[in-house]
Design a protein around this ligand. Sequence first.
Ligand code: FEO
Length: 404
Amino acid sequence: MSMPRQLKSNIYSVGAIDWDRRLFDELIPLPDGTSYNAYLVKGREKTALIDTVDSTMTDVLIENLNQLKIKNIDYVIANHAEQDHSGSLPQILDIYPNAKVVATPKCKDMLMDLLLIPESKFITVDDGNSISLGDKTLEFIHAPWVHWPETMFTYLKEDKILFTCDFLGSHLATSDLFVTDEPVVYEAAKRYYAEIMMPFRTTIKKHLERIKELEIETIAPSHGPIYDKPEFILNAYRDWVSDEVKNEVIIPYISMHGSTKEMVDYLVNALIKRGITVKQFNLSKTDIGKLAIALVDASTIVIGTPTVLTGPHPNVAYAAYLANALRPKLKFASIIGSYGWGGRMVEQLMTMVPNLKVDILEPVVVKGFPKEEDFKALDNLAEKILNKHQEHNIGKKRQKIWQR
Ligand code: FEO
């Protein structure tokens, strides 16, 4: 579908909606598709294109520009070098030979490497630099590590629009140009944050402080709908990056013959009885994005695994690797599971999660099917988790309700 849409006078959305994409980076599930947003800003003297689209949808971008009868582009602003936003750059530069690519110095180097764009095509900008389009001014704000080292935001001063590329975006294919269904966008934006931005939580806090200086009426990301009420997404991010955790335990697990499942079910009930919210994920079936979302707020993770050869089940190792890479703000962790004749499952799992700054609560590992003393140990683990959450004032109100 090609159809440029106007955000404001002389500012158009010219990107593409990818309704059918179901996987990003051959890793991240996209249950709701995505979009690659690009924006055209026509000033009195100059014209700028902000970001491009994934190379698979270059034809949509070009058709949108044709429909707007754009004969000349002076600047292509590259907020981020990743190919879902830069993939169409070579073709755009062929069609609009006068265009210069405006990027941070790091972004320039990356685009030269990734897309073989010649150095002569670039104008590099420092933090705080701006470019005038005549009656419109684009100001560039270096914002490294959301989620690559070269990223920046572009602020259109006169119209008070902040173009953030990946930051604050959502993988959501929708015909809505602006956010209309907040709960749907909240879930998609939280998934996006969890999978892509969460490892950079500390840096994001600084960026959120920095953009407080700007008067922002609109946030235009390069994935998902545009925010005409910026506080909706800014408040959500403030919550996600805060140090607060919820009275929640997440239990990703695998069970091959039912022993670990029996332990998981028992522990889940023991935690529910204690007023703790539990999210259980069978890793052979779950959408890994749902697990990532749960990692945003949870205070405790309990990993459930059988022993395969001498270590954890490979699906559990994969989930542990992801959780470690995403650096969630978890405070406590434990492991439960079973074995047939021995192994080093607990020790191996521990070495896989060095980034998790957690207190380890005594694991419960049983030989074969769990017996009476094992269920007692699971009760003890649930009690320990409750005590730890209480000591840290996590979910105090909910626990009081349970104790009544
Ligand atoms: Fe949407 Fe980092 O690319």
